[in-house]
Design a protein around this ligand. Structure first.
Ligand code: GLC
Length: 557
């Protein structure tokens, strides 16, 4: 694979002789669950043909790169994060040829595709594991982690702590325990085995050969185990990720690796490996902190987390999000903050799971478009490439009656017809019911209605996305944090090639007054969202509830 010529890496109006940001720094990502998106063949399940049919919708939103949740063949104990065959698609989704068609159709529209790559574990139904457990003498035995002692690696935490008591499961047939960081049906691969290391590189090579533009690397912290450690982010894991990076970029120099590692910001830095490891990493602590700041109407938690790392090394970029397909995790905050967040965002115990809450963005923020847009405004102006979870662009709701994290994986609501326009199947055949409770039912929340209303939430978000994309400072600019005496106001600026954008956010439900930091008061500015001109920024002394401003000022170079 070579770099596809239809993707210019240069931003708008670049100045000569200045380093250009990589494509992913200015990209908007869209996290897409194929099963939930659009059912093209009427069997009640979304499919790749359905994604192809809706690519124009994704393009219109302003998306540059789609991240596909797992699409490989799987028994679906963990919604595809339990892979049975890394080279075959889940039959309900289509065939490898459908996948090629999707990649082509996306590329024709200038949209890239990255796929989930589940490195850490396979399904217990994978041929490798079936061989491995069949007898201790089988050549695949050491492809997985076996032990006689279930107390080994006891410092490693349990991720699915609500349902799992141990990371070891007894295998009756071969009379040993096997290791799994997630469900027992997801045995961990043994990365100490060179054949495993190579096999997973080959899997990456296979998908690169099909034209993918990179991978979202699932659960990357857990690849290796060592006694006396938490078995997270070990040096061996970093070494393997560096090897993977080299392998991937030799085949496609523009391909990106976006890692899932729920770590404090400083620990996250290691995954960028001075430019030689992952290019992108999700910023989980920032996500949680955004919710803390919104709940307390205080910018302090955001200032705190942003100060830990203001600017990343060149070429490295956060993947930032408000919600995703899992629970909103409260793991990376203090116990007192965690308790506060649980009580505030998940007062009903059914809304809780593991380390967080299994609710969607709109319900979490009281279905108040001002608050939701404020949250998006922080996402779009602070460092990182935003990753939007399907359905959140129209404010979809969730269904806590569904088990596990399924409540945030319900069918996309395209219109207010049967099955929300998602499928023509009989409603009893849908993989999951459409959310049917007002105010989140299709009569209130659907794509068609929001597209035809120029003042809808969807159009407001789309406008924010378009403005962000027209200003590379948001993707690649240097961050500076500013402070006012008013704790409800967040002020930061992004600077890139002579343009400085100052973003202001009022996190509170009340109007707030403030005084601009002295350095700005005499500057001329344009509000990028409304085109209002200010002769002096000092004129701005008040923000309405949940108001945000994106002020552009030009400095001489
Ligand atoms: C990641 C995925 C999650 C999955 C787990 C195990 O955390 O986001 O959905 O259950 O890995 O693969």
């Amino acid at each position: 694979m070579t770099n596809c010529p239809s993707f210019p890496d240069a931003p708008l109006n670049p100045l000569p002789n200045l380093p250009q940001p990589p494509w992913y720094a200015n990209a908007i990502f869209y996290e897409l669950y194929v099963r939930a998106f659009y059912d093209a063949n009427g069997d009640g399940q979304g499919d790749l043909a359905g994604v192809i049919a809706r690519l124009d919708y994704i393009k219109e939103l302003g998306v540059d790169c789609i991240w596909l949740l797992p699409i490989c063949d799987s028994p679906l104990v963990d919604d595809g994060y339990d892979v049975r065959d890394y080279r075959k698609l889940l039959p309900e989704y289509g065939t490898i040829n459908d996948f090629r068609r999707l990649v082509d159709a996306a590329h024709q529209r200038g949209i890239r595709i990255i796929c989930d790559l589940v490195l850490n574990h396979s399904s217990d139904q994978h041929e490798w594991f079936m061989q491995s457990r069949s007898s201790r003498a089988n050549p695949y035995r050491d492809w997985y982690v076996w032990s006689d002692d279930p107390n080994k690696y006891k410092e490693a935490g349990i991720v699915f702590k609500d349902t799992q008591a141990s990371n070891w499961t007894w295998d009756e047939g071969s009379q040993q325990y096997y290791w799994h960081r997630f469900y027992p049906q997801q045995p961990d691969l043994n990365y100490d085995h060179p054949a495993v290391q190579q096999a997973m590189l080959d899997v990456a090579g296979y998908w690169l050969g099909l034209g993918v533009d990179g991978f979202r690397l699932d659960a990357v912290t857990y690849l290796y185990e060592r006694e006396g450690t938490k078995c997270e982010g070990l040096p061996e894991t970093h070494a393997y990720l560096k090897r993977l990076r080299q392998f991937v970029n030799e085949r496609n120099p523009a391909a990106v690796l976006l890692g899932e590692a729920n770590q404090p910001p400083i620990a996250s830095l290691e995954y960028f490996g001075d430019g030689g490891e992952l290019q992108m990493l999700f910023n989980f602590p920032r996500m949680t902190t955004t919710f803390l700041a919104l709940a307390t109407e205080s910018a302090a938690p955001l200032y705190r987390i942003l100060r830990e790392i203001e600017n990343l090394p060149q070429g490295a970029q956060w993947g930032t999000m408000l919600r995703n397909h899992d629970e909103l995790t409260f793991e990376m905050v203090s116990p007192a903050e965690r308790e506060f967040l649980f009580n505030y965002y998940a007062p009903d115990p059914r809304q809780r799971i593991n380390w967080g809450t299994r609710r969607r963005l709109a319900p979490l923020l009281g279905n108040d478009p001002r608050r939701i847009l404020l949250a998006y405004s922080t996402l779009l102006t602070l460092p990182g490439s935003p990753v939007i979870y399907y359905g959140d662009e129209i404010g979809m709701g969730d269904d806590i009656a569904l088990p596990d994290r399924n409540g945030v994986r319900t069918p996309m609501q395209w219109d207010d017809t049967a099955n929300a326009g998602f499928s023509t199947a009989d409603p009893t055949r849908l993989y999951a019911p459409v959310v049917n409770e007002p105010p989140y039912d299709p009569a209130h929340v659907n794509v068609a209605a929001q597209q035809s209303d120029p003042y809808s939430f969807y159009h407001q978000l789309r406008h924010l996305i378009a403005v962000r994309k027209a200003h590379p400072a948001f993707g690649a600019g240097r961050l500076t944090l500013h402070e006012t005496a008013n704790p409800a106001i967040l002020v930061h600026s992004r600077e890139w090639q002579g343009e400085r954008i100052v973003a202001l956010h009022n996190l509170s439900a009340q109007p707030q007054t403030f005084t601009f930091p002295a350095e700005f008061t005499a500057m001329v500015a344009t509000d990028l969202l409304t085109n209002t001109e200010y002769k002096e920024m000092g004129e701005i002394t008040r923000l309405e509830p949940y108001q945000y401003l994106w002020l552009s000022t030009w400095t001489s170079h």
